[in-house]
Design a protein around this ligand. Structure first.
Ligand SMILES: NC(=O)c1ccc[n+]([C@@H]2O[C@H](COP(=O)([O-])OP(=O)(O)OC[C@H]3O[C@@H](n4cnc5c(N)ncnc54)[C@H](OP(=O)(O)O)[C@@H]3O)[C@@H](O)[C@H]2O)c1
Length: 341
């Protein structure tokens, strides 16, 4: 059967950092978008900022996406789904309730709505994460490269253990949510296929509503903290990244290209990054940054993370051309400095 190009796409997480870039990429191609959001206000702000797309953009409010059935009413006329939404924050008090179960149940909820009798959905693109790929505790041999065939070895028991950090729980949330999606397709045999994207750190300018600097998404917040001189930088990071605009392109190409169905990709720039490199770019590009960037940039990085990440497959099979790290840092830092700082 020939693959029907999508005309009306439901995007979850549409008012978040990555989701809003996906919305814009689809709209720019003339594809209609229905954004799912928890906030009617953010949906209205997104619409108001895109008057030229008014006839092709609407929003549905889904306050708690973890209840099966909540997406059913949003599926009218929808022929493809990009499921971006997932809890992504580290200040949790209950890892299983706040991160892991919402991520898994959100996937089950959108997939079961898409599989209902009469559904026209033919493909679902899922935003998973490099967190579901990388074995953070291993010390891979020289020359080792992570590909879409790798899975992090975390067990569910460790992920939900109250003694585990929220970073470990987030890794579990992405792994077990993605597994739930692949299991659903295998056991339910729905009329759609699945593509999973596993990006590492995502940076870049924002196109979603961000009322103030404290409400930047997690990954951009760390990049901004380099500019702002936060010392030490929070958390453990992976040494791979992608620009949000390139990641949006990967999502949309994963939707449009028939041959992508059933595959798992790592969209990642081939250029390694570090916060030290980011600090250098900031100092070189902005006079004001010379005195403010952090000098303790290594604090947030994991030592010895000397593995490769296969972003080439996405470049080759999905036709994505990656921004340079310098372009991404400059575009993001300039935007934040001019509009939020
Ligand atoms: N940024 C990165 O470095 C990175 C890297 C790898 C993977 N990812 C994945 O990319 C996706 C988007 O992340 P982001 O960076 O764009 O972060 P974000 O701006 O915080 O976006 C998260 C989105 O998920 C939605 N969401 C979270 N919990 C939800 C819940 N319980 N019910 C309904 N919606 C919920 C949020 O909805 P509202 O807008 O309504 O608040 C928001 O739109 C996530 O799946 C994340 O795991 C991100």
């Amino acid at each position: 059967m020939s693959y029907q190009q999508p005309t009306h796409v439901l995007v979850t997480g549409s008012t978040g950092f990555i989701g809003a870039h996906v919305v814009d990429n689809l709209l720019a191609r003339g594809i209609s978008v229905r954004g799912a959001t928890r906030s009617a206000k953010k949906g209205e702000q997104m619409k108001a900022a895109r008057p030229q797309y008014a006839p092709k953009l609407d929003f549905v409010v889904v306050e708690d996406f973890t209840n099966i059935g909540v997406f059913d009413a949003a599926m009218e006329g929808i022929d493809a789904v990009i499921h971006v939404a997932s809890p992504f924050f580290y200040d949790t008090t209950n890892n299983e309730q706040e991160l892991i179960l919402p991520a898994i149940n959100g996937v089950k909820s959108i997939l079961s709505a898409s599989a209902k009798p009469g559904s026209k959905v033919r493909r679902i693109v899922l935003t998973s994460s490099f967190a579901s790929v990388v074995d953070i505790d291993s010390n891979p041999p020289a020359g080792f490269t992570y590909t879409g065939t790798h899975w992090n070895p975390l067990t569910y028991e460790t992920a939900i253990d109250p003694k585990s950090t929220s970073i470990v729980a987030y890794r579990g949330s992405k792994k077990f949510a993605e597994l739930a999606a692949w299991d659903f397709v295998k056991t339910e045999k729905p009329q759609f296929d699945l593509v999973a994207l596993c990006p590492p750190m995502v940076f870049g300018p924002v196109v979603h509503p961000v009322p103030n600097i404290d409400q930047l998404n997690e990954s951009n917040a760390v990049l901004w903290s380099v500019a702002a001189g936060v010392d030490p930088l929070p958390g453990i990071r992976v040494p791979a990244w992608i620009d949000a605009r390139d990641l949006a392109e990967a999502h949309v190409q994963a939707l449009l290209r028939p041959e992508a169905g059933g595959k798992r990709f790592i969209p990642a720039s081939p250029e390694p990054f570090s916060y030290e490199y980011a600090a250098d770019i900031m100092k070189e590009s902005f006079d004001w940054a010379k005195g403010s960037v952090t000098s303790n940039y290594k604090a947030g990085e994991k030592p010895h993370a000397s593995y490769g990440v296969d972003g080439e497959t996405v470049a080759r099979e999905l036709g994505v051309k990656y921004h340079t790290f310098k372009e991404t840092v400059v575009d993001f830092v300039k935007q934040v400095k001019d509009t939020l700082a």
